[in-house]
Design a protein around this ligand. Structure first.
Ligand code: HEM
Length: 219
C-alpha cells in the first residue's frame, strides 16, 4: 500500500509537526524589527512597557477564554492556573506606571481572534501554545535582558516568572504530551497548525505596530 502524506505524517508526534511547520514563522516573529531592537538594547523602557500593555489585552482574551473552556475534555487540561499571566502583567504595568492601557489596532485584531476561537477548542489550544510555550521558553531571554540592557530592577519582570510551574523541562514534556494526546484527526491537526501560523502573524503585526510607535532612540 502506498504511504500517503497522511499516514507518513502520523508517524511524527503532533508536537513535533507543529514545531517544524511553524519554525519559519517563529523565526520571523523572533527577528521582527521590534524584537531585534529589544534584544540589541536599542529600545526605550517605555517601548518595552508598551509591549506589556499590549499583552494585557492578549492575555486578557486568552484567560477569559481559558475560564470558559476549563472543563472542556480536550482544551481543559491545557488550562493550567500557574500559567496565568493577567495578575503578573498588572503588577508589571503598575511598576512601569502604565495606568490606562490602550490596545493598538493589531492587538485588537489579535484579541478578537482569540475570543472568536472560544467555540473551537482546538483553535484555542493553537493560541494557547503559541503564547505560553513561547513565554516559558524564549521569554526567559527577555527576563535576563531587562536588567542587563535596560537597567530594569526591583520589578517589571513578573510576566516571565514561571517558578510556580515546577521544572521547565518537565512542564514542556507534559505540554507536548497533551498536544500529542489530543484526539484530532489529520484535517483538524492541519487546521491547528494553520491557526498557530495565524497566531504568529498576529504577533508579528502587533510587533510591527509597536515598532512604528517606538521612541526616536530606536531609529
Ligand atoms: C523574543 C525573541 C524570542 C526568542 C529568543 C525565542 C526563543 C525560543 C527558544 C530558545 C525556544 C525553545 C526551542 C526549543 O525548545 O527547542 C522557543 C520556543 C518557542 N517559542 Fe520562541 N522565541 C522568541 C520569540 C517568540 C515569539 C514572539 C513567539 C510567539 C508569539 C514564540 C513562540 C515560541 C513557541 C510556541 C515555542 C515552543 C516551540 C515548541 O517547542 O513547540 N517565540 N523560542
Amino acid at each position: 500500500m502506498p504511504v500517503s502524506e497522511t499516514t507518513s505524517s502520523a508517524a511524527i508526534p503532533f508536537h513535533q509537526s507543529v514545531r517544524r511547520s511553524t519554525l519559519e514563522a517563529h523565526q520571523r516573529a523572533n527577528h521582527s524589527p521590534f524584537m531585534d531592537a529589544l534584544f540589541d538594547g536599542r529600545l526605550a523602557v517605555a517601548d518595552y512597557a508598551r509591549l506589556v500593555e499590549q499583552y494585557s489585552f492578549v492575555y486578557g482574551a486568552l484567560e477569559s477564554v481559558s475560564d470558559t473552556l476549563a472543563a472542556h475534555p480536550v482544551a481543559g487540561p491545557f488550562v493550567i492556573d500557574t500559567l496565568r499571566r493577567r495578575d503578573r502583567i498588572a503588577a508589571d504595568l503598575d511598576f512601569f506606571r502604565v495606568t490606562d492601557p490602550e490596545p493598538l489596532p493589531s492587538t485588537e485584531r489579535y484579541a478578537a481572534r482569540i475570543r472568536e476561537v472560544a467555540d473551537w477548542p482546538a483553535g484555542f489550544v493553537a493560541h494557547h501554545y503559541t503564547r505560553y510555550l513561547g513565554d516559558v521558553a524564549g521569554g526567559q531571554a527577555v527576563a535576563a535582558l531587562l536588567p542587563r540592557r535596560y537597567g530594569v530592577t526591583g520589578g517589571g519582570t513578573a510576566f516571565y516568572d514561571f517558578s510556580d510551574l515546577g521544572p521547565v523541562p518537565r512542564f514542556r514534556e507534559h505540554y507536548r504530551a497533551l498536544l500529542d494526546a489530543a484526539p484530532w484527526d489529520e484535517a483538524e491537526r492541519a487546521r491547528v497548525v494553520d491557526e498557530v501560523k495565524t497566531a504568529y502573524e498576529l504577533n508579528i503585526a502587533m510587533f510591527h505596530d509597536l515598532w512604528d510607535r517606538a521612541e526616536p532612540a530606536a531609529a
